[in-house]
Ligand binder design. Structure first.
Ligand code: GLA
Length: 657
């Protein structure tokens, strides 16, 4: 039976060799079975162009192997060595203001520059040839966080690559002009040579240009990955990955990335200052699972306690690291890795927590790391198992990009704002969701929620219509279905692309003033948004009781084929005040209509997820709880439960049937 992969980034080049022996002994004590090695060691293994020093890496790989610890071998291309940048200053990253960035950190180079690509190819070839058949190498870790600090480069090499990308996509300039609507302001191009990268410019840069620029920039990083992957494939059959940053990297479209990797891996760091950070963690895990096509994935990095880069680096409270870790496993993770194994003494990340903290083994963090390793050994039944979800939430990075370009009807229109409002409410109602791209097959879901689908292709709209006609229950929030993939308004009035499924269109937007609230006839309250909804088949379930659209529909329902489509024209929030939890109630109505069952009597902050044969119950509150109606055996303690399961404050219970 397979075990969960457990370990972290390991940077032995920062330590003398005698420390390595202690490391490996302690890794065994903690149950570590995989470490990511060599992610930032380019300047160590290739100290001068074409001169290699593999001795240290040879020895540590041998030592790990002798101790039964697998290696996830990094390619060090996210940390180009000083000699490369000195010899080729032209590879430096140029930001939107035209500044070429200096050295002294990692990343900082143009992802499209041919000189950088050549240097990457050369070091990857050396590495793959040397270690490709080494039995310790279980996995390849290409680069690190593609796009972390160099997602878009505005240098000439990058602009030239962009023009080539456009020529490939559009064939000729007329097609590009058509797609980009360049008759507006007469921004017509006679040839691709006239197109510039959208660096700092007067306001109002063509949104279609900006969207294609973002797509190109993702592809520039993917091209580097593909190049490395192809080299490695000549020497090794081990799977390859690169660590994603779901959902906190807006710039990388991970649905675009997903087909490239053999294993989806993700870095997630708790947004520790939040009141309920576990909800955003769950969202990250669910979205990562969607990126993995519904299958398993692994956490490549998270933290045992505080990080070092948030405004206030809040340490994890007792039990929080365990809850965080097991929540990832509940939601599909087959690997649980940390940044990093041993805390660094020098450099920029010395105040970042680690599996082995500066204080060594006589610390709470270390004891928790050992205990977690032992818990994970009992969780083999989870490995490879599917997570049960009957509801999907739509997510599209392109819609995120488009919504948050300049000159929208309100600065308060935020992609994450609405997604998190809906996701949070579902989480508190113990509904496990899958995320899904709007063009994905939705047929298996009882309900689909679209909190923020501003950019929605005609194809996606057709998909949603087919879903509802086939018996699905769809809930769409305001300012959805407005533009196509080029940020061009769909014809026929706002949201007209969804008119037949929603049974309405929108005549005019009426965004609210900052802080304003309006009332609905249902007693709920709304923020941010109001609009003039024109019914065309849908019925009004609630109307605006005041505000610019008083008396007009605020929440609607439309029966189509065998299904139902709901629409909501304002930001209904979860328990925004004592009177109304409008969003919670609306979601409950949609879920009831769709036949989505929720566990009764479970407190909001007790996370409840089903994965394969296991039920995960995670109590994030400081109150003891009992989950009624469940029975089974706790796989961690062996305790049998017949009539309800106690989950003490802060604890995790994992039941098998
Ligand atoms: C990122 C990087 C790591 C490290 C951590 C610190 O995820 O991939 O190398 O810098 O952040 O949180």
């Amino acid at each position: 039976m397979q075990t969960i992969r457990y370990g972290g980034d390991y940077n032995p080049e920062q330590w003398p060799e005698e420390v390595w022996h202690e490391d490996v002994r302690l890794m065994r004590e903690a149950g570590v079975n995989l470490v990511s090695l060599g992610i930032f060691n380019w300047g160590v293994v290739e100290p001068a162009p074409g001169e290699y020093d593999w001795d240290g890496l040879d020895r540590i790989i041998a030592l790990l192997h002798a101790n039964g610890i697998g290696v996830d071998l990094g390619t060090p291309t996210s940390a180009p060595p000083s000699w490369l940048r000195r010899a080729h200053p032209e590879i430096r990253l140029v930001d939107a203001d035209g500044r070429a960035l200096a050295s002294g950190s990692r990343h900082g180079v143009c992802p499209s520059h041919p000189v950088y690509a050549e240097a990457c190819a050369s070091i990857v070839e050396q590495l793959a040839a040397r270690y490709g058949s080494h039995p310790a190498v279980r996995m390849w870790h290409l680069h690190n966080e593609y796009g972390w600090a160099n997602v878009q480069c505005y240098c000439e090499a990058s602009a030239a690559a962009f023009r080539g990308w456009l020529a490939e996509k559009y064939g000729d300039a007329d097609r590009l002009n058509e797609a980009w609507g360049t008759a507006f302001w007469g921004l017509v191009y006679r040839s691709f040579d006239e197109v510039e990268a959208p660096a700092a410019a007067p306001p109002g840069v063509n949104p279609a240009l900006q969207l294609d620029w973002r797509r190109f920039s993702v592809d520039a990083h993917i091209a580097n990955y593909r190049m490395q992957r192809a080299i490695i494939a000549r020497y090794s059959e081990a799977p390859a990955t690169t660590n994603f940053m779901v959902p906190n990297c807006k710039d990388m479209d991970y649905f675009r990335w997903a087909p490239e990797v053999d294993v989806v891996s993700n870095n997630h760091y708790l947004i520790a200052e939040r009141a309920e950070p576990e909800i955003e963690l769950a969202m990250s895990a669910d979205l990562t699972r969607a990126v993995a096509g519904g299958g398993p994935w692994m956490v490549m990095e998270h933290s045992t306690s505080a990080v070092n880069w948030q405004p206030r680096n809040i340490a994890k409270t007792p039990g929080q690291m365990r809850r965080n870790s097991l929540a990832h496993v509940a939601r599909g993770a087959d690997g649980l890795m940390f940044f990093q194994w041993r805390a660094s003494r020098a450099g920029a990340e010395k105040f970042h927590s680690a599996m082995l903290p500066h204080g060594g083994t006589d610390t709470r963090v270390w004891r928790d790391v050992v205990a977690l390793g032992s818990d994970l050994e009992r969780l083999s039944p989870a490995v490879g198992a599917a997570v049960a979800a009957e509801v999907a939430v739509l997510w599209d990075w392109e819609s995120w990009w488009a919504l948050e370009l300049e000159w929208r009807p309100s600065v308060e229109l935020g992609f994450r704002e609405r997604i998190e409002a809906y996701y949070g409410s579902l989480w508190r109602q113990h509904v496990t969701v899958d995320f899904a791209h709007p063009e994905a097959d939705l047929g298996r879901y009882k309900a689909v929620v679209a909190p923020s689908s501003y950019l929605l292709t005609a194809e996606a709209a057709k998909n949603l219509r087919g879903y509802v006609e086939g018996g699905g229950h769809l809930l769409v929030s305001y300012f959805s279905g407005i533009v196509d993939e080029h940020d061009t308004v769909h014809p026929g009035g706002h949201a007209a692309v969804l008119r037949d499924v929603l049974g309405l269109w929108v005549e005019e937007f009426h965004p609210l003033r900052e802080g304003a609230r309006l009332a609905l006839t249902s007693g709920a309250t709304g923020r941010i948004w109001s609009e003039h909804v024109r019914l065309d088949g849908a019925e009004a379930v609630a109307a605006f009781a005041d505000g610019p659209d008083a008396g007009r529909p605020a929440v609607t329902r439309h029966r189509v084929g065998a299904g139902t489509a709901w629409y909501v024209a304002t930001a209904l929030d979860d328990a925004v005040d004592d009177r109304a939890a409008g969003l919670r109630e609306l979601l409950a109505a949609v879920l009831d209509g769709a036949g989505v069952e929720r566990p009764a009597g479970v407190p909001d902050r007790v996370e409840h997820v089903r994965r394969g044969p296991l039920s995960f119950l995670i109590n994030h509150s400081d109150q003891d709880a009992t989950v009624p109606g469940l029975r089974g055996t706790d796989v961690l303690t062996g305790d049998a439960h017949e009539h309800g399961v106690p989950v003490p404050a802060g604890e995790v219970v994992i039941l098998t049937d």
